[in-house]
Design a protein around this ligand. Structure first.
Ligand SMILES: Nc1ncnc2c1ncn2[C@@H]1O[C@H](COP(=O)(O)OP(=O)(O)OP(=O)(O)O)[C@@H](O)[C@H]1O
Ligand SMILES: [Mg+2]
Length: 169
């Protein structure tokens, strides 16, 4: 098991499976004696509810979390980060700050994510009850060179986790 500190950064649409996989991975790493910290978009946004969904807010949110991740990594902690992080430029900004950045593109399609609609937000976005929703009326810029791509469509969570663990070594 590779115990080197690193920043494992999940990006993808809402409902793609970022939090689900990030939590499973964190539990697995902890069980195997890897010091790690989980940073999840919803948790952070609950603490800082004034963070909105404009491009500026999203970029700042991602860059701040990336900065925090890089500091933890420098101090020997593996960071598991799960944020939609829709903009390539801000993800690449984070990549440059970190020593060992692993971009995990959870590539589950909009169609599948919308069918899952875990939080009921796609329905609201389609009805126009919420705006600036990634994939509906806000952009998602897919990574060009992610370290690993995981499409969770039609695949049990355990299988996706297994593929990820195999890659992480
Ligand atoms: N192989 C899989 N891996 C991960 N999640 C899966 C998989 N198959 C089905 N799912 C389901 O897809 C849903 C993913 O929801 P999750 O909250 O993890 O998405 P998210 O990417 O964190 O979204 P958000 O950006 O809104 O926080 C869960 O209900 C999960 O059980
Ligand atoms: Mg999530």
């Amino acid at each position: 098991m590779n115990k080197e500190p690193r920043v494992i950064w999940f990006t993808g649409l809402s409902g793609a499976g970022k939090t689900t996989l990030a939590e499973k991975l964190a539990a697995y790493l902890k069980e195997n004696g890897v010091k790690c910290e989980l940073l999840d978009g919803d948790t952070v946004r609950n603490i800082f509810p004034q963070t909105g969904f404009t491009k500026k807010d999203r970029d700042e949110h991602v860059k701040r979390m990336g900065f925090l991740a890089s500091m933890l990594e420098r101090n020997g902690i593996t960071v598991i980060a799960s944020f939609i992080s829709p903009y390539r430029e801000s993800r690449d900004f984070v990549r440059k700050m970190c020593r060992n950045f692993v971009e995990v593109y959870v590539s589950t399609s909009l169609e599948v994510c919308e069918k899952r609609d875990v939080k009921g937000l796609y329905k609201k976005a389609r009805r126009g009850e919420i705006t600036s929703f990634t994939g509906i009326d806000d952009p998602y810029e897919a990574p060009l060179h992610p370290e690993i791509t995981i499409n969770t469509a039609g695949e049990p969570v355990e299988k996706s986790l297994e593929r990820l663990l195999k890659f992480l070594g």
